[in-house]
Design a protein around this ligand. Structure first.
Ligand SMILES: [Cu+2]
Length: 168
């Protein structure tokens, strides 16, 4: 299954399951646009414009997430099982941990292989703020953030896996 068809399936399930009450009000031209898109007959932009139309007309209802209250004291980031797989959605939990200044962040390796936690800048260059040893399953690494800012980190063993800590 190619990505477009996979996404299209999710899109259809989203429309008809999550928003059944409004499904009948999806105009035929939007349905056709989605079909043409999976067939490669129209551009991604045209398809996204159709979705935008549905959102603007409130056919797809997008809920604004309330701003999460940043954690304080001690807050955890879980490195979930399967984190290393490029194709997995198994990023860090949460991917962007929001904390107040003075919070100690604890990374917990919940995966069955080793991972590290290494600070980097927003361009991906290693910075020496914090770096863990290779954490085995169940091992933890803690760092206390004392200044506000957006902190990037990654795993040196699986460098495609990146996460954020935002300190307020
Ligand atoms: Cu890793």
């Amino acid at each position: 299954m190619n990505n477009k068809i996979a996404f299209f399936s999710i899109f259809v399930v989203f429309l008809f399951a999550a928003n059944l009450a409004h499904a009948e009000s999806v105009p035929d031209w939007v349905k056709n646009t989605a079909k043409f898109w999976t067939e490669g007959k129209i551009t991604d932009t045209e398809f996204l414009n159709a979705i935008k139309f549905l959102i603007e007309k409130n056919i797809i209802q997008v809920e604004a997430k309330p701003a999460a209250k940043p954690a304080s004291g001690v807050a955890n980031v879980v490195i979930p099982n399967g984190n290393a797989e490029v194709g997995n959605a198994g990023f860090y939990i949460p991917l962007n941990l929001q904390v107040t200044s003075g919070t100690t962040v604890v990374w917990i390796n919940d995966d069955n292989i080793h991972h590290t936690v290494q600070s980097q800048d927003e361009k991906g260059n290693v910075v020496s703020l914090f770096n863990s040893k290779a954490l085995k399953t169940g091992e933890r690494f803690a760092y206390k953030f004392t200044e506000s800012g957006v902190y990037h980190y990654f795993c040196t063993i699986h460098p495609w896996r990146v996460g954020l800590v935002t300190v307020y």
